[in-house]
Design a protein around this ligand. Structure first.
Ligand code: HEM
Length: 437
């Protein structure tokens, strides 16, 4: 058994702690708060007065923990392959993981538990250092790549947004240590730039390489990719400037969001997949393709909601459509980021590939996980869209329900990952035996 496990090169396993940490943050904190916080906001359980702090802790657990750890792990795994260079040094990978994970954990605990807010300061510094290490590692591969392509643009912009995220995280660590809460005008632009810039650029870069392979299409050239990519990132720079008080303007923020949304829609159409017929995949891997298609439909929905809110805000000159913005945030967060993590991880993480060596059609629990996540994305978006018409308490009760559905989908994914990890040695033996016959 020990022999079979060692057949996988040690450096190939660097993504595992990131994946385990991301799943732990999602199942243990981010999606638990996604259900608890709205139920508490609706007065159905817990304490209403905790809600403002826990909402921000939920956002941090999802962005820094669930999405951030996954993106860093997958970027560390893919950058060397795409660049045609050797894998990331295991010590560097572990150090980055330790800083990012402890930073995310400290931030969430410090903001959630009254009296522990001082923890947010060291947590902000740890997370920022981890983010800067991520930037340095990705920068190294980008400068030394032998195979530039559309992916290089996405990775470069993504890495630049991680540097911005590092600055924002250390600053918010200081603010949280003082008052346990981040003020909206500074905090909201950071949330958009992190979600659509630091995470979003990798979403499109990775799809620009993997979707054509899975679905049998040509890869987009750098030139074609560049236009929507520039719209996304220039729009986000305008949004980022809203952090600075003298530059703050609703017209500029709205225009920035609209431009970023248009770029996102362009990228989704260019590199995404909108049907689940992935004929290049082995039959065992095909069920994962429907996650990719659902993720891209949700990205289009998010782009449409954000475009509307952005244009409206720019035209009116005042902050507009909070409900549509919330719908866009969660269509992208639950629909695109989460569905892609679950789908793409099953397609490209080697432990799942090994699991597919053994034929087992998706069971009821797998279908329920997919529909649970798809239903959660739709329901959570509806909660935002209904803002002008339905009372807050009722909307929060619906959001809590969406949180429970999403939690199930993620818990099932966590179970599959654990199962694949435990079966890895047996699968390698099976494969070796198959190859010998
Ligand atoms: C179905 C699952 C989810 C539910 C039910 C849920 C629920 C909520 C609720 C009720 C809020 C507060 C909204 C407000 O006060 O306007 C919120 C905020 C937020 N959520 Fe979610 N959420 C879910 C999944 C996600 C995911 C997967 C992500 C990211 C990957 C995410 C990121 C955020 C962010 C960034 C905020 C804003 C936090 C802040 O203001 O600091 N959520 N969510």
């Amino acid at each position: 058994m020990g022999h079979a496990r060692s057949a996988v090169p040690a450096d190939d396993r660097g993504y595992l702690p990131f994946m385990a940490g991301g799943i732990g943050a999602g199942v243990g904190v981010g999606f638990v708060l996604a259900a608890y916080v709205p139920f508490a906001a609706a007065g159905l359980l817990g304490r209403r007065e905790d809600v403002p702090f826990l909402v921000q802790a939920h956002g941090a657990a999802q962005l820094q923990g669930w999405a951030g750890l996954f993106v860093a792990g997958m970027a560390f795994r893919l950058a060397p392959r795409l660049a045609g260079r050797r894998p990331v040094d295991a010590r560097l990978s572990w150090a980055t993981f330790a800083l990012l994970a402890s930073g995310a954990a400290g931030r969430v605990v410090g903001q959630s538990v009254p009296g522990l807010e001082q923890l947010c300061l060291p947590a902000g510094i740890a997370a920022a250092l981890g983010m800067l290490l991520t930037v340095a590692v990705l920068g190294w591969y980008l400068l030394r790549t032998r195979r530039p392509g559309a992916w290089t643009l996405g990775f470069a912009a993504g890495a630049a947004w991680w540097a911005w995220w590092a600055a924002a995280t250390s600053r918010s660590g200081m603010q949280l240590a003082e008052r346990r809460y981040l003020l909206f005008p500074e905090h909201d632009p950071v949330l958009w730039t992190v979600m659509l810039g630091a995470i979003g650029n990798f979403v499109w870069a990775v799809q620009s390489r993997s979707v054509p392979t899975f679905f049998g299409r040509g890869q987009p050239s750098i030139r074609r990719f560049a236009l929507p990519w520039a719209a996304l990132n220039v729009g986000l720079v305008v949004v980022a400037l809203q952090v600075f008080e003298p530059l703050r303007s609703a017209r500029a923020e709205g225009s920035g969001l609209a431009l970023a949304a248009a770029g996102m829609a362009g990228l989704a159409v260019m590199v995404g997949a909108f049907h689940a017929r992935a004929h290049r995949l082995r039959p065992r891997a095909r069920p994962a393709a429907r996650y990719v298609a659902a993720a891209d439909w949700c990205a289009l929905g998010a782009a449409a909601a954000l475009l509307w809110a952005g244009v409206h805000t720019a035209a009116a000159g005042v902050y507009a459509d909070p409900g549509l913005r919330d719908a866009a945030r969660h269509l992208f967060g639950v629909g695109t980021i989460t569905m892609l993590i679950v789908g793409v991880a099953q397609l490209i993480a080697p432990i799942f590939a090994l699991g597919r060596a053994e034929p087992r059609p998706p069971g009821l629990a797998d279908h329920a996980a997919f529909w649970g996540l798809a239903g959660a994305a739709a329901l959570r978006a509806l909660v935002g869209v209904l803002t002008p018409w339905v009372a807050y308490d009722h909307r929060m009760a619906l959001a809590g329900l969406a949180g429970v559905l999403a939690w199930y989908g993620i818990a099932r994914f966590a179970w599959l990952a654990l199962d694949a990890y435990r079966n890895e040695a047996r699968m390698l033996e099976l494969l070796a035996r198959g190859a010998a016959h």
